[in-house]
Each structure stands twice: as structure tokens, then as C-alpha cells.
Design a protein around this ligand. Sequence first.
Ligand code: ZN
Length: 63
Amino acid sequence: MDVEQLRLGAVVETKKAHPCGGTRWEIVRTGADLKIRCLTCGRVVLMPPDELIRRARRIAEGE
Ligand SMILES: [Zn+2]
């Protein structure tokens, strides 16, 4: 996985689950920090792209 896959609208599956149990996140803003939204609970988190790549298992949608 590389940073070019982290496009607006892409859905990323993380290795570790969010406290709500969800592992799927939609990228809702790109830039120096990505804004990602948990698809299970709707919480929005800011994360640098390299950190998201480390935590991601795969791109689930929008590849
Ligand atoms: Zn969540």
C-alpha cells in the first residue's frame, strides 16, 4: 500500500479495531494529515498518511 492509494472516499481496513469494534474507515479529507471516519461509529480522527499506512491492512474500497 502506498500514499497514492489514500484518496478521498477510499475505505481502509485497519489491523487493530477502533474501541467501537470497527475496522473500516473512510477517508473524508486528504492533505498533510488525513481525516478518516470510522464507518461503524462515525467518529472522525486525524492521522498522518504514513501512520495510516502502518496501521492499514488493506484498501477495502475505492482503490
Ligand atoms: Zn469506531
